[in-house]
Ligand binder design. Structure first.
Ligand SMILES: [Zn+2]
Length: 305
């Protein structure tokens, strides 16, 4: 038994932002999963077609971003970012298709929920959550989709696209933790309400943004502790498991810096999410990152993908 993980180097871009590590984060997380012995099975995402991206975006916007005529969500026109974009949304859709009631799937992606119908922003260019939801609905893979966004920030792009795709809106429930300053136990109480809403909606699948930026030490977050974040993930995975809901999660935000990878605190939080998934679904749980000699092992696998 393994957790499907959607990743390839194609979904990674080189240093498009000096502040956000999100475009380089997938390869760092993938290497750590492999080296620390997580029970995961990597699958390569397929790049989405123009028409698939346009289910959630103005076609003119998609065309102009992909041809570098308009700034992407990082505010630049870097061809390497444009090249990666069909893969990042493809990674999320691939995870959704790989998830089952008995096993969730992960997409090593960030940069979705601030992407609006016809513009990007906040390190987000195309909204892989809405692109995935629209694809599942259009192809009959799902009749109802839940988007549970536990990033620190409000999923404004997701809401904006729902306003432009009113035909899809009744079949998608969107709950976003961002936009309020609920801290600690109040954050978890709010999550409980969202989970009850989702249970009532009875979706065919849950798309979960497991953002690391609500962390108390995050420069853009400051909301919950490491243990509370683990509790958040545990609540979500146990909810999906007990309800028989397939669940696909992605990395989303996280801006702490430090350590051998440059983002060790954020990496540890993303790995904690994997640990909670392992626990909830009865898989073996590797030791926490602080228990292993991290950094020295890293160079061996850097070019495996
Ligand atoms: Zn965020």
């Amino acid at each position: 038994m393994t957790i499907p993980v959607l990743y390839s180097h194609h979904q990674t871009a080189q240093n498009p932002s000096s502040f956000s590590p999100s475009a380089a984060k997938p390869s760092i997380v993938a290497a750590a999963l492999l080296e620390q012995g997580y029970p995961v099975a990597f699958q390569r995402p397929r790049p989405l077609l123009f028409s698939e991206l346009c289910r959630a975006h103005d076609p003119a916007y998609v065309q102009r971003v992909l041809s570098c005529q308009e700034p992407n969500g990082f505010g630049n026109q870097d061809p390497d970012v444009a090249r990666s974009l069909p893969y990042t949304s493809g990674s999320m859709l691939g995870a959704a298709l790989a998830a089952t009631p008995g096993m969730p799937a992960a997409s090593l992606t960030s940069g979705f929920h601030h992407a609006c119908w016809s513009q990007g922003g906040g390190f987000c260019t195309f909204n892989g959550l809405m692109i995935t939801a629209a694809a599942l609905l259009a192809t009959g893979k799902a009749d109802r989709v839940a988007i549970l966004d536990c990033d620190a920030h409000y999923g404004n792009g997701t809401d904006d696209i729902l306003h432009h795709r009113l035909d899809l809106a009744p079949r998608i429930i969107h709950r976003t933790m961002g936009g309020s300053r609920s801290q600690g136990s109040r954050y978890l109480s709010k999550l409980r309400v969202f989970l009850a809403d989702i249970r009532s909606f009875n979706p065919d699948i849950i798309l979960y943004q497991a953002g690391a930026d609500p962390h108390i030490s995050d420069p853009l977050g400051g909301v919950i502790t490491t243990e509370e974040m683990a509790q958040r993930d545990r609540m979500v995975f146990e909810f999906a498991r007990d309800g028989g809901f397939p669940l696909a999660w992605n990395l989303a935000g996280g801006y702490q810096r430090g350590g051998a990878t440059g983002i060790d605190p954020v990496l540890a939080l993303h790995l904690n999410t994997f640990r909670e998934a392992c626990r909830a679904y009865g898989l073996s749980v590797p030791p926490a990152m602080s228990d292993v000699t991290w950094g020295a092992q890293r160079s061996h696998s850097e070019d495996r993908w």
